[in-house]
Ligand binder design. Sequence first.
Ligand code: SAH
Length: 270
Amino acid sequence: MTSSPDTNAEAVAELYGELSEFHERICDSNLHLGYWDGEDDTSSFQAATARLTDLMIDRLAPDKGQRVLDIGCGIGQPAFRLAEHHEVEIVGVTVSCRQIARATERARELGLENRARFERVDALDLSYADGTFDAAWFFESLIHMPDKGRALSEAARVLKPGSRLVLADMFHEPDQDWSTLHPTVTAITLDAYRPLLEAAGFRILDVQDVTPHILVPDPVRVSLRAQMLEHRDEWLRIAGADVVNAMLDPEVNTFYTPGLGYVLITAERV
Ligand code: SAH
């Protein structure tokens, strides 16, 4: 993997390496938020994260035999769900060696190794020839990329003209300062996506602000806390005291930061 000064690949790899087991156990291997219909929807965290993947899959709508690039693939759960719904070939990229190892192992376990493979590649420097892929998504990963223009231009370069790009990402309200939220996070405002995508060579087909849907309903948070409390010592080992204490504190909503927004964008490579 080549590295560039505009990437924080090492910090991201360290973050996800440390949290790997946590993600696998509590988030059913999905490293993204869930989608609920509202406060009355008490679907589990696991069901809601799968539902958000399904919304991404509907937007991507790939044709049989197409090659899809999963930019920031985590441990492969969204890619596997996509592979189960559509007969496509997926290449997932992440900067975390631990994620690559686990995603590759899981592909084998699921018998999907011929259609889903994972490579340690920095999204800011994609090691693929122009026009290699027919579709791509950034599923809650662009937020970690400081140079979003470059990440989107790289995606545009490796996509064939007419290909679809789908993006799920957090954004912040204009009056919020997110610069200190986490060292690996560079959030932008909702309005900033359109010019970035257009400058990179995409035409926007749809922008949907789904913020109300990603808020974890109270009963679901209570149930997550109960799951965690039951195996507290094990969780302390896996995730560390900061994460566990925050998740167990009824006053803290670990899945929500004031001023957080969430957007789904569908675009087409011009
Ligand atoms: N899409 C996955 C993972 C989301 S977490 C899921 O929904 O389950 C964010 C992912 O982006 C992690 O896998 C992280 O390693 C990856 N990522 C962040 N910055 C990256 C970069 N510069 N290049 C490649 N992957 C990156």
